[in-house]
Design a protein around this ligand. Sequence first.
Ligand SMILES: Nc1ncnc2c1ncn2[C@@H]1O[C@H](COP(=O)(O)OP(=O)(O)O)[C@@H](O)[C@H]1O
Ligand SMILES: [Mg+2]
Length: 339
Amino acid sequence: MSEDRPAMAGAPAVEFHGVSKHYGPVKAVDELSLQLPQGRTIALLGPNGAGKSTSIDLLLGLRKATGGTVRVLGSTPREAVNAGRIGVMLQSGGLMREVTVREFLTLITQLHPKPLEIGELLARANISDIADRKVDKLSGGQTQRVRFAVAIAGENDLLVLDEPTTGMDVENRQIFWQAMKAEARRGKTILFATHYLEEADQVADLVVVINKGRLLAEGTAAEIKAMAGFRRVAFRLPGAREEDLSRLPGVRSVDLSGGLVRMQTSDSDATLYAVLDAGHRPSEIEVTALGLEQAFIAITEQDNSSQDSGGQDNGGQDKGGRDDNGRDGGNGQGPEGVR
Ligand SMILES: Nc1ncnc2c1ncn2[C@@H]1O[C@H](COP(=O)(O)OP(=O)(O)O)[C@@H](O)[C@H]1O
Ligand SMILES: [Mg+2]
């Protein structure tokens, strides 16, 4: 499986082939296959515990996979890291104390094989304004911006950022995204982990959704966002049958308990008109937008319940678009399924 190839310029930025990482019974990463192109800004999106940090540690060679193969920029993680090709901002990790931001980053650049000049680094990281502050006097958001500067302290090809905006207020976040987008315009590949769909939507041009260590969806931000265009339609209709409901236009999933029907649909108008056209007269009709966060939760919950087989809330009755094998529109389950 792990044939040796030279480090090619055109190689994918990151390749996972059936990668697993188990901690005892916990499958932090579970047979994950990915192929992420170079030159893009890619969000690794998933709820807490999804396996984002573990996946990042694997692609940096910080942990050893239980199984599968990881390639980064056409070489092994260790080769790519040793060649200084990857800039990293992990979720935790301290900075020196009692020195200024400028002094600290000057030291960091001296450790890099292809360092940026310190003034250039401060400008690129958008932290010239705090260059003369003591590192241990910074706010949480400012500290994160300095940690980003560490990631770009030398010339590299791939930036890997694990939940970079944690602890940032709106202002710090904006300043940070500006700096990150400027790095993207230099042609760098950026892979950042987040549990905010909104954040992925705003800055990523490719979004990879994982949950429970498995690939859930992959596509452009617009495609992932379209999944969030679903609405929930609920009504009371005694005697309703699931097989009839699941055939209605737009319907993605059906949850039936007693006479209460709850469906997710991509077209709530068409769904409701079809119910009425069929001669039904449901009561207590409710139509609610899922919204980005809720849609994300719905996608992952559906995944959770289908995996836990016979999950508590819908007895595994989900129909349509989103199960383990038939992800969204017959794209198959390959990582290259969605352009
Ligand atoms: N060193 C470890 N030992 C045991 N379990 C771990 C370890 N690291 C992570 N896990 C577990 O693996 C799963 C994925 O964790 P993680 O990769 O940190 O997720 P995320 O970054 O998406 O929040 C979680 O269930 C977590 O508790
Ligand atoms: Mg994490």
